[in-house]
Design a protein around this ligand. Structure first.
Ligand SMILES: C[S@@+](CC[C@H](N)C(=O)[O-])C[C@H]1O[C@@H](n2cnc3c(N)ncnc32)[C@H](O)[C@@H]1O
Length: 317
């Protein structure tokens, strides 16, 4: 299948415009806009997304913090944050004293990011953040001027990753950091474990009756499996196999500082468990613990991957 890339980018922008609208329609602050000010929102219908900062921290907090520390390796460092969405990572990097330029295609996401920046109450030691409504693949990234390039759920949305990674390498100073967080394809076992825990536990997306009926329909083949890719550009980029071999772009010219896969199946159940908080967080901790254990012994593979790499060169730290 061939794609008209410009058309797919417009569809991508529309997709994330809708997403920014949906995430703020009741006046919520989504996690994707500001992880410190995100407002808790436990949805009552399946088309709404939960915002639960404590749960998100349990699922990915320690990995996220490590990525931020590496990207902000130099106080006052110049950072490029690609596909920034509503801007949480750029904002957080600004709070770590970085001078950040952040880019996204979605007007609504950039609008929300700018509002969050204006309202930011954490000003101590703040560097600067500039949000741009622009296609990151059409930028001139320059030569050896950038200290760090970050992308959270970003690189796997880009077509022709190989040529983009060449420009990333050229743009980074020697010793500069590239830090990525991406979703990988889900294994069948992880899909089934995720479904099992969602069926077992009370969840806010469906009643037990609906879940049992959905399971029967799936087993009988009446319901089609969900597509693996959710956004237009994820679908385009997935056809370029380089996305799955991301680390191969890095091995020759970078030192890999951190490469971790986590959360094989825990995200879905954890973000939808219903009940009093003590129950939700206890169940989530048990599922996350099991997930980590199964990943550690190699039975499951995390669907989220963070890679942090340092460009080789004279200024190697
Ligand atoms: C999954 S979202 C991640 C957003 C953000 N990094 C976060 O953590 O919430 C992917 C983002 O990539 C943006 N995007 C996709 N292709 C892009 C491109 N070529 N240039 C800039 N942004 C792009 C989309 O608009 C979307 O906001």
């Amino acid at each position: 299948m061939t794609y008209n890339i410009d058309e797919m980018k417009s569809l991508e922008a529309e997709f994330f415009d809708r997403s920014a609208h949906k995430r703020t329609v009741f006046g919520q602050i989504p996690y994707e806009a500001d992880i410190r000010r995100a407002t808790r929102f436990i949805p009552s219908s399946p088309d709404q997304e939960a915002i639960d900062p404590k749960m998100t921290n349990l699922l990915e907090g320690k990995f996220r913090d490590r990525l931020i520390d590496h990207v902000a390796h130099r106080f006052g460092g110049k950072v490029l944050d690609i596909c920034c969405g509503p801007g949480w990572l750029a904002l957080e990097l600004g709070r770590h004293g970085q001078v950040v330029d952040a880019y996204d295609l979605s007007p609504k996401a950039i609008e929300l990011a700018k509002r969050m920046l204006e309202e930011n109450p954490y000003k101590d030691g703040f560097g600067s953040v500039t949000y741009h409504l622009e296609d990151v693949t059409s930028l001139d990234l320059g030569t050896e001027t950038i200290d760090s390039i970050s992308g959270w759920s970003a690189f796997h949305h880009l077509p022709d990753l190989t040529s983009f990674m060449d420009r990333v390498h050229q743009a980074l100073k020697p010793g500069g950091i590239v830090a990525t967080y991406d979703d990988l394809p889900v294994q069948r076992l992880s899909i089934w474990l995720g479904r099992f825990f969602r069926l077992l536990l009370p969840t806010c997306d469906r009643t037990y009756r609906q879940k049992i009926s959905d399971s029967i329909r799936r087993i009988l083949g009446i319901t089609k499996e969900n597509p693996e890719y959710f956004t237009p550009m994820e679908e385009v980029a997935a056809k370029d196999k380089s996305v799955f071999d991301f680390a191969n772009h890095l091995y020759d010219e970078y030192d890999i500082l951190y490469d971790v896969r986590f959360n094989a199946f825990a995200c879905g159940p954890a973000m939808t468990i219903k009940g009093p908080d003590w129950f939700r967080y206890l169940m989530a901790q048990m599922i996350i613990g099991l997930d980590r254990a199964l990943c550690r012994v190699g039975i499951c593979k995390g669907i989220l991957r963070i890679i942090i790499a340092r460009k080789r060169g004279k200024d190697k730290r």
